[in-house]
Ligand binder design. Structure first.
Ligand SMILES: Cc1cc2nc3c(=O)[nH]c(=O)nc-3n(C[C@H](O)[C@H](O)[C@H](O)COP(=O)(O)O)c2cc1C
Length: 371
């Protein structure tokens, strides 16, 4: 199970784990995998706090940071972020906010307490992304900086590489992965259709070998749908240098989910997710519920692009997460089809060890087939 990438990063297993939760990050890296903290949603100052905490809990293990680097002109508009938020807010048709508000009202989701406001313009603008990268580079244990939704700008690639770290970028299509490759990204993450959150429309089984061949010899991490060691064996058999997982870490003891949201993931079957543009503006896989159905209905407004759609729905995200136990039918529960294979909450260490065990059983099975 030890690939060349394990040596480059100083890790035991080529199991990469994406999480927004620092406890999960520390636990995965401690157990011999490579955890990557999602920076989206944190200001640079908050990210600094999270990284200091991880540094204090991860010993001498490495980890990574994932930043949403903007790709559209609106998002790259530099300058004052309050001014940018005001400008962008003016582009949102009133109908979108009203539609979201009506849905919440119909489903009895309480308003935010007096004085509390949702943060509408999170991570995905240029100024935020650049300051998150600077923050990450201030932490020596951060060994990889990943770009969530596009090829990182050339100056970011150059700076991360010059600091001795690796760059990585996700994509769900061979065209985008080739663009990452041509820009000089060190590690390509090929995420299939079944994966959690933003995802393309080609399934992992077809996408992985296509990307592996297209960008060779650049290392590829296989993402989208992985929840067992058998699948890791399949990915490595195809030529991937590791796997990149996300949904799996929603159901570990260390994850900071509210009980109602955890129950939603636990009860979901493999057919209970949908790719929907209703929260972020880009196709994002999440648990299907009354919210996702409503945005598909003929009378629903057409979702806006990124970041406008999230600005129109940020209040819904805040309210449904604050009152999770009363709002699961309209909550944003990003997750991939693999949630249907997960039916218990275990410690991160247990999950890593059973992935490794299951991987070796699969390899033994294959060896048993050899003449
Ligand atoms: C709740 C959730 C949030 C996610 N947020 C991000 C993100 O902010 N940035 C990113 O690069 N990927 C994000 N992802 C995608 C993961 O990095 C990963 O590619 C994906 O989960 C892999 O598919 P899987 O869920 O089937 O394992 C998220 C995934 C989940 C489940």
């Amino acid at each position: 199970m030890h690939t060349a990438l394990c040596d480059r990063l100083g890790i035991e297993f080529p199991i990469f784990a994406f999480s927004h939760c620092r406890d999960v990050v520390a636990a995965v890296s401690e157990a011999g995998g490579f955890a990557v903290l999602g920076a989206l949603g944190f200001t640079a100052e908050e990210l600094e706090t999270e990284l200091c905490w991880i540094d204090a809990h991860v010993g001498d293990r490495p980890y990574g940071v994932d930043v949403v680097m903007p790709s559209t002109r609106e998002q790259q508009d530099g300058g004052d972020s309050k001014e940018l938020a005001r400008k962008l807010s003016g582009l949102i048709p009133a109908g979108h906010r009203a539609f979201a508000a009506r849905l919440l009202e119909e489903h009895g989701v309480p308003a935010l307490p007096e004085g509390e406001r949702a943060r509408e313009l999170i991570g995905w603008i240029d100024a935020t992304a650049k300051s998150q990268v600077q923050t990450a580079l201030g932490h020596p244990r951060v060994r990889l900086v990943a770009s969530a939704l596009g090829t990182p700008p050339p100056e970011v690639i150059a700076e991360v590489k010059a600091s001795g770290r690796l760059t990585a970028a996700l994509s769900g299509s061979v065209r985008h992965d080739l663009a990452h490759h041509e820009a000089g990204v060190d590690v390509i993450i090929a995420q299939g259709y079944e994966g959690g959150a933003h995802t393309g429309d080609v399934a992992s089984m077809v996408l992985w070998p296509e990307v592996i061949d297209a960008v060779a010899p650049t290392p590829v991490l296989a993402a989208g749908g992985i929840g067992t060691g058998r699948q890791i064996a399949a990915a490595l058999a195809m030529g991937a240098e590791g796997v990149w997982t996300g949904s799996l870490w929603l159901l570990v003891e260390e994850a900071d989910l509210q009980p109602a949201q955890r129950a939603s993931y636990l009860h979901a079957g493999t057919g209970d997710t949908v790719r929907s543009r209703s929260f972020t503006g880009k196709p994002n896989r999440m648990l299907r519920n009354a919210w996702t159905d409503a945005w598909e209905a003929p009378d629903a407004p057409e979702p806006l692009g990124m970041p406008l759609q999230y600005m129109a729905t940020a209040e819904a995200v805040s309210r449904t997460s604050r009152y999770a136990n009363r709002s699961q039918d309209v909550a944003f529960n990003a997750g991939g089809q693999v949630v249907g294979l997960l039916d218990e909450v275990r410690s991160t260490r247990d999950v890593i060890y059973s992935l490794v065990e299951d991987y070796f059983e699969a390899v033994d099975r294959l060896q048993g087939l050899a003449p």
